[in-house]
Every structure is written in structure tokens, then in C-alpha cells.
Design a protein around this ligand. Structure first.
Ligand SMILES: CC(C)(COP(=O)(O)OP(=O)(O)OC[C@H]1O[C@@H](n2cnc3c(N)ncnc32)[C@H](O)[C@@H]1OP(=O)(O)O)[C@@H](O)C(=O)NCCC(=O)NCCS
Length: 217
């Protein structure tokens, strides 16, 4: 019987992380698949694409999945569905990423190539930490948080659930008494330099980061 390792979504991030999954788990009795209900192709980059229905109907010794959908709200819905169907979640830590043993992570993590979790870091469920992103000491990251590539998240920062941190953002360190808090669902624009806490649900851009008000069209 086969062990199936799946990436949920054959979109951009899903295709990026598949080679890291294959590198970690390749074995004779392992099969890799994409699960995607929106793609008609039978294969993407040489890997079979199955609908969720076909994936759940497959007989296998074990089925494990990592959810690569960028939209954190959709990611949460898919995670609920997989959990109800008894599918186990993978923690995909690319083999050149580093998570020190003093970092505590929950299920469904993607820690992509060259990413680093340092000491006394907590990371919630189904977070994506993309290539070259760094999370410093004593940071607490909520559930369904997304880090685009090359984020510098310095020490004593709290990032609440569903926040999105854009490429190359830099977040100033807080202190143990007064961490810098990125509120639930906040979006940090690419390249932003965040020098203080950001309220829930807002978007900030620039250096120093300020609330982004799209121009009225
Ligand atoms: C901030 C952000 C969410 C705004 O998205 P948006 O609403 O689609 O914004 P637009 O592209 O329509 O740009 C609107 C204006 O904001 C400016 N702008 C957009 N993003 C900006 C940023 N990160 N910093 C500074 N200005 C920015 C644009 O130049 C534009 O200015 P203009 O009105 O003077 O022409 C987005 O640009 C962003 O930074 N997303 C993160 C992207 C990322 O990291 N992707 C990683 C993929 S792996």
C-alpha cells in the first residue's frame, strides 16, 4: 500500500513547494499528488492532479496533505474539511530551512527554503513562511498567517491570525513587556518598514509604514 503526500493547490505556491515535499519524503512506497478542484490538467510538472473527491476516494495506507492556498480564509475552510475527513497535515520544513528546537510549531506549517525560526518562537496552525523569511526570538505567530519571501520579523513581535506580511517587509523588534503587535487580518505591504503596532484589518505600506488608503477611483 502507498503513502500519499499531497499539496492542496497546484497554483503558484503549491507548485513551488512540491519539490521540497518530494525531497523530504521520497521513498518507494510514496506517491505525490496535487489536489485541486479548479485545474483540468491531469498532471502539473509531472505530478498527478486530483480533485479532492478523487483524493479522498483513493485507497492508501496513509494520506497527508499540506495546504498551499495563499488566501488564508480559504486555507482555513480547506483545513476544516480535511480535518473532518481524517486527513493528516504535514509540517513541510524544507531541508535547508531551519527551525530551532526551541521553536514550537503547530500542524500544517510550510517553512520554505532558507527560512529561519529562531528561539522561543511559536507558530500557529497552517502558516506559510516563505523563502528567506526570518522570525526572531520570542515572536508569537497566530494561525493562518502568511509570510511572503524575505520578511524580517525581529524579536518580540506578535502576529495575530490571518495577517499577511508582504515580501521584504521589516518589522521592528518589540520588548517582552510591550511587543509590536500586527493585528488580526492586517496586511503589511511589500517592502514596508513597520516601526510600531498595526491595528487589526488594516493595510500598511512604506517606510515608516503608514495606513494605506487606496485612491478613490
Ligand atoms: C499594499 C498592497 C496590498 C496594495 O495592493 P493593491 O490595493 O492591489 O494596490 P495597487 O497595486 O493597486 O497600488 C495602489 C497604489 O499603492 C502603491 N503601492 C502598492 N503597493 C505598495 C507598497 N507595498 N508600498 C508602497 N506603495 C505601494 C502603488 O504604487 C499605487 O500607487 P499609485 O496609486 O500612486 O499609482 C500590495 O501592493 C502589496 O504590497 N502586496 C503584497 C505583495 C507581496 O508581497 N506578494 C508576495 C507574493 S509571494
Amino acid at each position: 500500500m502507498t503513502h500519499i503526500y499531497a499539496v492542496y493547490s497546484a497554483g503558484g505556491f503549491g507548485r513551488e513547494i512540491m519539490p521540497a515535499l518530494q525531497a523530504n519524503y521520497r521513498a518507494n512506497d510514496v506517491e505525490f499528488v496535487f489536489v485541486d478542484d479548479n485545474i483540468q490538467d491531469e498532471q502539473v510538472n509531472g505530478v498527478a492532479v486530483l480533485t479532492y473527491e478523487r483524493f479522498t476516494a483513493m485507497s492508501a495506507e496513509s494520506k497527508k496533505i499540506v495546504i498551499a492556498v495563499a488566501d488564508s480564509k480559504i486555507r482555513e475552510k480547506l483545513a476544516d474539511k480535511c480535518e473532518k475527513d481524517g486527513i493528516q497535515f504535514i509540517n513541510l520544513i524544507a531541508n535547508n530551512a531551519i527551525a530551532y528546537e526551541q521553536a514550537e510549531v503547530q500542524e500544517g506549517l510550510v517553512l520554505f527554503v532558507y527560512a529561519l525560526l529562531t528561539v522561543n518562537v511559536k507558530v500557529g496552525k497552517h502558516c506559510h513562511i516563505s523563502a528567506y523569511s526570518y522570525i526572531g526570538h520570542d515572536c508569537t505567530i497566530g494561525d493562518f498567517v502568511t509570510f511572503a519571501p524575505r520578511v524580517s520579523c525581529n524579536g518580540n513581535v506578535v502576529i495575530e491570525d490571518h495577517a499577511y506580511i508582504g515580501t521584504g517587509a521589516i518589522i521592528k523588534q518589540g520588548t517582552a513587556e510591550k511587543p509590536v503587535v500586527i493585528g488580526r487580518g492586517a496586511v503589511i505591504g511589500m517592502g514596508a518598514v513597520v516601526t510600531k503596532s498595526v491595528p487589526a484589518g488594516v493595510t500598511v505600506v512604506g517606510n515608516p509604514a503608514r495606513i494605506f488608503e487606496p485612491k478613490a477611483s
